[in-house]
Design a protein around this ligand. Structure first.
Ligand code: ATP
Length: 298
């Protein structure tokens, strides 16, 4: 089982020819509400990739709360640990311009009220093969969960902020993209950032978008997992799909080479479809895609 202790946001996405300046009103062409948040996305990715998943977090008492819970439930995620707090749910207000550029405002809402895990949450975490954490909850809550977790902690350091030693000391595996790796270490070359980060965590993956992913561990292993070449439709949530799938394969006892292939294959499937959680592949689709790569799957 995998537990995710993280955020659930409703993404409010408005499409416009050009984003308005301050004081200006423009007409949009389309509007969508899409359940998101890095925590909920990773939970859905892991559930669709075949794991039993429990989600611990909070939604508000507004209309978005039940919709966010339903998105998790529909994916088969256990939401007994999802609290309802008075006030608004977390939202991401996204303006997408015709050229594809976007601006985003995140308001934490209920996510901002989450403190450390309860005793009941800790029982669930103790029965898990991995605890997935991101940084869209208050840092004190994330640190409290990491420090108390009997299960191995997999951390996605996004949105990137300064990482306390107390947090990194409790992390088994850090998964970040190249921009986060550079921001944390001050080193723009991913291989160098990887070596620097391995002084702080025992195992690390740096994702490089269409260039694939680098892996390193303190026992001296270094691997490169190429991205699966595909026709890209929408890369939204590629990273969350990658982390969710990687956690599933790792929890099943697969070694780095295998869990990286599983994650890269899942992420490659997701970028071929539009959307966030709806683009995340199901287990049989990942297995089929792996079978279709016989040379790399002895
Ligand atoms: P996002 O913020 O868009 O969710 P991210 O920046 O966290 O993503 P990336 O490094 O862009 O993460 O992508 C994660 C993984 O997804 C990559 O390591 C790769 O395996 C896969 N991936 C991403 N983009 C592509 C692509 N264009 N083609 C194939 N695979 C891709």
């Amino acid at each position: 089982m995998i537990t995710v202790f993280g955020s659930a946001n409703m993404d409010l996405v408005a499409y416009v020819p050009q984003a308005p300046h301050l004081g200006e009103t423009v007409s949009g062409t389309e509007f969508r509400t899409v359940p998101g948040g890095k925590g909920a996305n990773q939970a859905i990715a892991a559930a669709r990739a075949g794991a039993e998943v429990a989600f611990v977090g909070a939604v508000g008492s507004d209309a978005f709360g039940p919709a966010l819970r339903a998105a998790l439930d529909d994916a088969g995620v256990n939401t007994e640990g999802l609290r309802v707090v008075d006030g608004p749910s977390g939202i991401a207000h996204i303006v997408v311009e015709e050229g594809g550029g976007n601006s985003i405002i995140v308001v934490a809402g209920a996510n901002g009220t989450v403190t450390g895990p309860s005793d009941r949450d800790l029982e669930v975490i103790a029965a898990s093969d991995a605890l997935l954490l991101q940084l869209e909850l208050p840092m004190e809550a994330v640190v409290a969960a990491a420090v108390a977790s009997p299960a191995p902690v997999i951390l996605t350091p996004a949105p990137v902020v300064e990482l306390p030693d107390e947090l990194l000391d409790a992390v088994a595996l850090l998964v970040c993209n190249e921009h986060e790796a550079a921001a944390i270490t001050g080193l723009g070359v991913p291989d160098r950032a990887l070596e620097a980060l391995l002084e702080r965590v025992p195992e690390l993956v740096v994702t490089l978008g269409s260039k694939g992913a680098l892996y390193g561990s303190r026992d001296g292993s270094r691997l490169w997992a190429p991205a699966v070449p595909v026709k890209v439709v929408d890369t939204t949530a590629a990273g969350d799909t990658f982390v969710g799938a990687l956690a599933v394969a790792r929890a099943e006892g697969r070694g780095p080479e295998q869990f990286l292939r599983f994650a890269s294959t899942a992420a490659a499937l997701s970028v071929q479809r539009a959307g966030a959680s709806t683009s995340m592949p199901l287990r049989h689709e990942i297995d089929q895609a792996l079978d279709d790569q016989p040379l790399a799957n002895p």
